[in-house]
Design a protein around this ligand. Structure first.
Ligand SMILES: *[C@@H]1O[C@H](CO)[C@@H](O)[C@H](O)[C@H]1NC(C)=O
Ligand SMILES: *[C@@H]1O[C@H](CO)[C@@H](O)[C@H](O)[C@H]1NC(C)=O
Ligand SMILES: *[C@@H]1O[C@H](CO)[C@@H](O)[C@H](O)[C@H]1NC(C)=O
Ligand SMILES: *[C@@H]1O[C@H](CO)[C@@H](O)[C@H](O)[C@H]1NC(C)=O
Ligand SMILES: *[C@@H]1O[C@H](CO)[C@@H](O)[C@H](O)[C@H]1NC(C)=O
Ligand SMILES: *[C@@H]1O[C@H](CO)[C@@H](O)[C@H](O)[C@H]1NC(C)=O
Ligand SMILES: *[C@@H]1O[C@H](CO)[C@@H](O)[C@H](O)[C@H]1NC(C)=O
Ligand SMILES: *[C@@H]1O[C@H](CO)[C@@H](O)[C@H](O)[C@H]1NC(C)=O
Ligand SMILES: *[C@@H]1O[C@H](CO)[C@@H](O)[C@H](O)[C@H]1NC(C)=O
Length: 889
């Protein structure tokens, strides 16, 4: 059929014509009456790395050029009357042109819809409809009445004249202000929030070691998210060190080299703007070309080609010793983590095509809900809300601003809602919230509602149990205001499902999970904030602890290594080879989770290797500490592997009971228990015995009264102290040596009054009553062994105290106790000596030495109420002794 191709051509032509006509928008009167026509604007970046220039062509179209944007889901041109939250969300679509891809330096013309005119639009935004999200906008201000043809170029802080790619993830943008003698520099990197960006000029006179003598700016974000930039001067390839003589060397802030009073002089870089969006850090600062401070800053010759150096790496937050943000050594390879190039700042360069696309765009904190602790829901100012525009106040969960919340199907989530009476929490399928019904949209409400509101004084409890039908992604929002909350991730079976117990370690930064089995324990730990590695340790402090470090190595494999730490620096972290099984470590959005199973007792003898002493005893509290930091390696460790955050004290995890107690000072009730026991076993009981033994020669039965009073009051105190301990520990656990000794001592002490009650009548003088004699022996023996066991209980109690609360403070007490008993023993020796002499004098004096076994003699002596009787009895007992002797052996 010969006509077909012609027909086809005709079709193509008509199509072409149709498109041409369409483009010209034939039905429209595209005049140029609006005062905005011809004006040029720059986009304000809100998200998605949006940059570009907008020019109004006529009454119904505009041109967009140099346009960069990361894709959204359903992005439209959006008109509103003001750039605030309420007016932007109440805006409308102004064009049929949709934006559905990544834009890289794009240029195109956009036509407004038929019924839309410029005077309806004060703010033109790029709007993602499903998430009510502003990617960027321009405010269409009328040009000032005078002649200025268009608004100033590069007025937006994110817009510069020039851009140079330093590495795949790092760019420098700049605008030279030759007239004012300054240069504006923008550093832009797709890197972690805790990383620094450094850029500066090398010393022109140095050729090989470019860093030495360089004048660089170090920029980054503080913990609370505010940007900073500091002027640094490099004198040495090392971290900033102050030597003993006060001289400063290394990569140090300029201010460090000078005394504090000259701070003004050395401060050369000035922060202009900074933000962190989509996982990209951006900081703009200004520095003079000709430095104020000649000593540590280099002049920049704007027309010369000069060598510049750059680096990115992790930053060390200030501490008391070094109160400024310090860049750590950039570990990575050349041209990824650091590099140098020759730059002529007058030359126009732009080799940055398209937006930086960070792999991890989410900076939000991740909160993982476990069944144990309720999530505290409050409201607070929006500082870094992930999805602008946002209302003034947004939700805070566990003090983190609009975090991603992860929950597990089947595990109830408890909320403690205290966000104010005008904020009601609900869990919804709608990403925007604020009651979708009022926006004529449908939503599914999973929990919460108008009643889910409360204040701090009377929080409202809300329990939500996600079930198998809950979708993977829902939202927590306020019922009365849009966009106060953020995303909820619903997952199947997490750690709290797999482990029987969990506790939160010190500072609520690490959660510790475990399951005990007969001879092994499975342990998991999860950091609650972003880090490069997570370490948990068994021990009360880092020094002398067994550490388990989990991290994900360069190849993306999760690793867990074990260490024995016996000092403060990197060289004292000794790798050990513990017998770990089922080892897993993963990092999700920087949240590290490590898991392993280990035997309770290492299968080696105690003194072979240090880790052989790392025994987990389920009946004694396990002291657990933690640390997090930027990077770990299984090669040689260096200072940069040291932690940046760590627990401030250990938590004692009660493995059997599934709970934890924070380390605290000696608990008052236990202190009282200890003191009372000391009073009884250290003073009253021995006092009573001493009275019975050495005060007999005093006239009357004074010694007897003293003996009885002391022993009874001692016994009362002991029972009271026992009650205290049982009440404080909420139960009676016969597990430790201390408790065993204590119980034995108390039983012996209780036997005494009973057998005193059963005491046979004292024989009249001269008689021999074997029953009485037997009783006297048993009373003495039981009493004295009670004292011995009681003292043992005191000492083991001290040891217990030492185990629980760490050595130092208990050490002193232990010594005091020792000294006390030594003194007691000396006094007894002295008294004994006197008693012997007294007695011997008496016996010799009467020349009445009969069958004299003096030692045994004494024991009977004890119990005779009067001195004279004792004398007689002593003779009798002498005789008795002979009879008793065989019994003893
Ligand atoms: C187009 O606009 C001009 C000036 O505003 C006006 O004179 C003309 O009538 C308009 N034409 C149409 C078709 O609206
Ligand atoms: C935003 O809109 C409200 C009415 O919805 C109005 O009262 C308010 O003034 C507007 N804000 C600005 C900045 O124009
Ligand atoms: C975006 O939409 C246009 C038509 O509006 C289409 O031609 C283009 O392929 C789309 N791009 C993507 C990445 O979907
Ligand atoms: C710009 O000027 C027009 C008239 O000249 C006026 O109607 C409009 O409100 C002005 N817009 C702004 C944003 O001032
Ligand atoms: C640096 O100097 C500027 C003015 O030149 C001043 O505003 C700023 O506070 C100074 N910063 C410091 C840290 O001294
Ligand atoms: C700056 O560099 C240019 C070209 O290298 C040179 O001619 C000029 O003298 C230099 N200016 C200063 C102040 O050093
Ligand atoms: C630097 O660039 C400017 C502007 O392009 C030029 O005039 C100057 O000669 C350049 N300097 C060098 C050393 O190439
Ligand atoms: C972007 O496009 C402009 C022309 O619109 C061109 O001059 C410029 O070199 C381009 N930039 C890049 C990085 O390709
Ligand atoms: C949203 O508002 C409508 C109308 O006031 C009301 O019927 C509905 O219950 C509200 N939704 C929720 C989740 O409270």
């Amino acid at each position: 059929m010969p006509r077909k191709p012609i027909f086809f051509l005709g079709f193509l032509l008509s199509l072409h014509l149709y498109f041409l006509l369409c483009y010209a928008d034939p039905g429209r009167n595209c005049s140029k009456t609006s005062p905005l026509v011809g004006l040029r604007y720059e986009f304000t970046m809100a998200q998605h790395q949006l940059r570009g220039v907008l020019t109004i062509l006529d009454d119904c179209s505009f041109r967009v050029s140099q346009f960069d944007m990361l894709p959204g889901s359903d992005v439209h041109w959006w008109g509103a009357i003001a750039p605030d939250f309420a007016n932007l969300t109440a805006g409308f679509v102004v064009s049929d042109h949709a934006l559905n891809e990544t834009y890289k330096n794009a240029s195109f013309v956009v036509h407004l819809r038929q019924n839309v005119a410029w005077d309806q639009i004060r703010v033109l935004a790029l709007w993602d409809r499903p998430t009510a999200s502003d990617f960027g906008h321009v405010v269409l201000a009328n040009k000032s009445s005078d002649s200025a043809p268009s608004l100033p170029v590069n007025a937006e802080p994110t817009m510069f004249e020039n851009c140079k790619t330093l590495s795949e993830n790092y760019r420098i943008r700049w605008t030279l202000n030759a007239d004012s003698g300054s240069i504006d520099i923008g550093l832009e990197a797709a890197t972690g929030i805790m990383n620094y960006m450094a850029f500066g000029w090398a010393n022109p006179s140095s050729t090989s070691k470019l860093m030495i003598g360089a004048d660089v700016a170090v920029a980054g974000f503080k913990e609370e998210g505010t940007p900073f930039v500091d002027d640094f001067h490099i004198t040495e390839y090392s971290e900033c060190i102050t030597s003993l003589d006060g001289s400063v060397q290394g990569v140090c802030p300029d201010t460090k080299y000078e005394d504090s009073d000259s701070v003004g002089l050395v401060n050369n870089t000035q922060l202009v703007y900074g933000h962190r969006r989509d996982g990209v850090s951006f900081i703009r600062y200004q520095r003079p070309l000709e430095p104020v401070d000649k000593k540590y800053d280099l002049p920049v010759n704007s027309t010369a080609s000069m060598t510049v150096i750059w680096a990115i790496g992790s930053i060390r937050p200030p501490d008391t010793i070094r109160p400024y943000y310090l860049p750590q050594n950039h570990g990575g390879p050349r041209l990824v983590a650091y590099g140098n190039l020759v730059l002529n700042v007058s030359e126009n360069v732009d080799d940055c095509l398209g937006p930086l696309d960070a792999g991890d765009k989410e900076d939000q904190d991740l909160i993982i809900a476990d069944a144990s602790a309720p999530l505290v829901v409050m409201s607070g100012p929006a500082l870094h809300y992930p999805n602008p525009p946002n209302p003034l106040k947004v939700f805070y969960i566990n003090k983190k601003e609009a975090p991603v919340l992860r929950v597990e199907r089947g595990v109830p989530v408890k909320f403690s809602i205290q966000a104010g009476h005008n904020v009601a929490l609900y869990i919804t399928s709608d990403p925007i919230g604020g009651n979708a019904t009022l926006r004529n949209e449908s939503e599914i409400v999973y929990a919460g509602g108008p009643q889910a509101e409360g204040v701090q004084a009377s929080p409202m409890e809300l329990v939500w149990r996600p079930d198998r039908n809950t979708p993977d992604k829902v939202f927590y929002q306020s019922l009365y205001e849009k966009k106060m909350g953020w995303r909820v991730e619903v997952v199947d079976g997490g750690l709290s499902d797999m482990y029987n117990n969990s506790v939160v370690l010190d500072d609520q930064q690490v959660t510790f999970f475990w399951t005990l089995s007969k001879d092994s324990i499975s342990i998991a730990a999860r950091g609650e904030k972003k880090s490069g590695y997570l370490a948990i340790g068994f021990g009360s402090r880092m020094v002398n602890s067994y550490a388990y470090v989990g991290w994900v190595d360069e190849t993306g494999v999760g690793r867990v290594n074990t260490y024995w730490i016996d000092g403060q620096d990197a060289s004292t972290v000794h790798p050990t080879s513990e017998n770990l099984k089922y080892v897993r470590c993963r990092s999700e959005n920087g949240i590290i989770t490590l898991e392993f199973t280990r035997p309770l007792k290492p299968p080696c003898s105690r003194d072979e290797r240090p880790e052989c002493k790392n025994i987990v005893d389920p009946t004694t509290p396990l002291k657990v500490i933690w640390a997090m930091g930027a990077r770990w390696t299984d090669r040689r460790l260096s200072e940069r592997n040291m932690h940046s955050v760590t627990s401030s004290r250990h938590v004692r995890v009660l493995l059997m009971r599934g709970s934890a107690e924070a380390e605290e000072d000696l608990r008052p009730v236990l202190a009282v228990h200890g003191f009372m026991m000391f009073l009884a076993w250290g003073i009253l009981f021995p006092g009573g015995i001493v009275a019975a033994r050495y005060l007999k020669h005093v006239k009357g039965d004074g010694w007897y009264k003293i003996h009885v009073y002391l022993q009874y009051s001692g016994l009362a105190i002991v029972l009271l102290a026992l009650l205290f301990a049982v009440a404080e520990l909420r139960g009676f656990y016969v597990s430790s040596v201390h408790v065993k000794f204590g119980i034995a001592a108390i039983v012996l002490a209780c036997v005494q009054p009973v057998n005193a009650f059963l005491r046979p009548k004292k024989p009249s003088s001269g008689e021999v009553n074997s029953k009485r004699l037997l009783w006297e022996y048993s009373h003495v023996i039981v009493g004295r062994s009670a004292i011995v066991v009681g003292i043992a209980a005191l000492i083991s109690g001290m040891k217990h105290l030492g185990d629980r609360y760490g050595g130092e403070n208990v050490h002193g007490l232990n010594w005091a106790l020792m000294v006390w008993f030594m003194m007691g023993a000396l006094i007894v020796l002295y008294l004994e000596y006197h008693e012997r002499r007294r007695r011997r004098d008496r016996i010799f004096g009467r020349s009445n030495f009969v069958l004299g076994n003096h030692e045994e003699d004494d024991s009977l002596d004890l119990l005779s109420p009067t001195g004279t009787l004792a004398e007689k009895e002593s003779q009798q007992s002498g005789r008795m002794e002979v009879q008793l002797e065989p019994l003893n052996r």
